[in-house]
Design a protein around this ligand. Structure first.
Ligand code: GLU
Length: 476
């Protein structure tokens, strides 16, 4: 293993978000590309918002995407001692100090300073008071340098940073003794030997303070790489309301994990004009140099295209195993593995953008009771279709073999007998009769897959539907 170490550090406060999944993917890919180590750290220090349920959701999402980690999951709450020790060390070296200013005082002084045209930053009142541990309720502040640059060379955004004077002495431990996010992250990244901090650009503004912490803790800076914002179709920041942003939702909608990782990797990274990347290829090709700075648009049409690409390629067993839960949902019960169903799934590859869509397109094969599409019935099961349905039913009943070739022959003969009607004219009423709707694979394949008995039953039923329509039209 090389010395490269990356990490994914989700806060378990909800589902696995699209943006977080991309962060995880890029960290995973960078570690894999360099034979390094990918660490998983759960940042659960916000006790009010963190839940075990969310943690499980995040892990499940990563597993589903195929992003395996080498170390962890570590929990930040279990690392309190390390955070405490780091704070104690900073206090002992006077790189941090205790501050007793009350919230109200701070607020009043800040306002007065702003009114005078000042920066509103902490005025350093407790900076040189040398308050000891017995001073009563207090926070701990980092003694941030008052001049110079707190900068870094971002692997994506280039030279970045802030004037130290603009930062102010940030709080690193709250009055209740809990460490603040920036302190915990930096201590953990140092102790876990993280060499590359790859994360969303929303963390770019935090990084100057983190640089100050690295300096105070006498640790070398890792490489920071901030990833461009992902925007929705509208071009605006992804929003839960407008856009699909939960990895679990993508899974439940029948998207393939390989399509999703392929889609995600292209949200910010490119490799020439290539669009198709398996997870293995991502692990071989990913580089930070090719991550762009401009916002990446999450285009659902692109995802659908990728899904279809991967659906077409899946080996039959794999396809069946993956679509089975969706088939069972559509059917509302267990689905047996049988050859004709597999044949149908094969035919549906070309027509399905997701596994859910595939399962829905297979509905007519799953259940004895058919759901009819009203519009299709109106259009195709008309009195004019009656002779064809009757003749075809008769022809098919006599077939010695229920095969595509035999069925095709019956259709041709019936078309000729009915006065040379076009095959399409016969096919569409039959399709609606046996599948309930106007879309299915080729009609002969459809009938072969459905089987003799169900086909004849459904044709018979369709005849009664048409007759009833003819009657009600007649009585109008
Ligand atoms: N826990 C932070 C988050 O979920 C990430 C911190 C980091 O990557 O430095 O946004």
């Amino acid at each position: 293993m090389s010395s490269i170490r990356t990490r994914f550090a989700p806060s378990p406060t909800g589902f696995l978000h699209l943006g977080s999944a991309r962060t995880a993917l890029y960290n995973w890919a960078y570690a894999r590309r360099h034979g390094g180590c990918f660490v998983l750290r759960i940042e659960d220090t916000d006790l009010e918002r963190s839940t075990r349920e969310s943690e499980e959701t995040v892990l499940e999402g990563l597993e589903w995407l195929g992003l395996d980690w080498d170390e962890g999951p570590f929990r930040q709450t279990e690392r309190r001692e390390a955070h405490e020790q780091a704070i104690a060390g900073l206090l002992a070296q006077e790189k941090a100090y205790r501050c007793q200013c009350s919230r109200e005082d701070l607020e009043a002084r800040k306002e007065a300073d702003l009114a005078r045209g000042g920066s509103g930053l902490y005025d350093g009142r407790c900076r040189d008071l040398g308050l000891g541990p017995d001073c009563g309720t207090h926070v701990v502040r980092l003694r941030v340098p008052q001049e110079g640059m707190l900068g870094w060379e971002d692997a994506v955004f280039g030279p970045s940073g802030q004037d130290a004077g603009q930062l102010g002495d940030a709080i690193i431990r709250r009055g209740d003794g809990t460490p603040l996010y920036n302190l915990a992250v930096v201590v953990d990244d140092i102790e876990m030997g993280i060499t590359h901090v790859i994360r969303g650009a929303d963390h770019h503004p935090n990084t100057s303070l983190q640089v100050a912490l690295y300096q105070a803790l006498d640790a070398p800076l890792p490489i920071f790489a901030h990833l461009p914002l992902i925007v929705g179709e509208s071009g605006k920041k992804l929003s839960k309301r407008r856009d699909n942003v939960s990895i679990q939702d993508f899974r439940d909608e029948g998207h393939l994990p390989e399509a999703l990782t392929n889609w995600l990797v292209r949200l910010g990274w490119s490799h020439g004009d290539d669009e198709i990347f398996s997870l293995d290829e991502i692990a071989q090709l990913f580089s930070l140099e090719s991550v762009g700075r401009s916002s990446a648009r999450a285009d659902p049409a692109k995802l659908a295209w990728l899904d279809q690409h991967y659906i077409k390629q899946l080996p039959g067993d794999d396809l069946f195993a993956r679509v089975r839960p969706h088939l069972e949902r559509v059917k509302g019960g267990p689905v047996e593995d049988d050859e004709s169903l597999r044949k149908l799934l094969d035919l549906l590859r070309e027509r399905s953008r997701t596994l859910v869509e595939m399962a829905e397109l297979a509905h007519w094969k799953l259940s004895d009771t058919l759901e009819y599409d009203e519009k299709a019935v109106k259009k195709h099961l008309r009195p004019a279709a009656l002779p064809a349905l009757l003749a075809l039913g008769q022809g098919m009943r006599k077939l010695p073999d229920w095969t595509v070739a035999e069925l095709e022959k019956t259709f041709e003969e019936t078309a000729a007998a009915l006065g040379d009607v076009k095959l399409g004219k016969l096919a569409q009423p039959v399709r609606v009769a046996v599948t309930g709707g106007p879309n299915s694979p080729g009609i002969f394949e459809t009938l072969e897959i459905l089987g003799r008995e169900p086909t004849l039953e459904r044709l018979k039923h369709a005849v009664t539907v048409v007759e009833a329509r003819a009657e009600s039209a007649g009585s109008d």
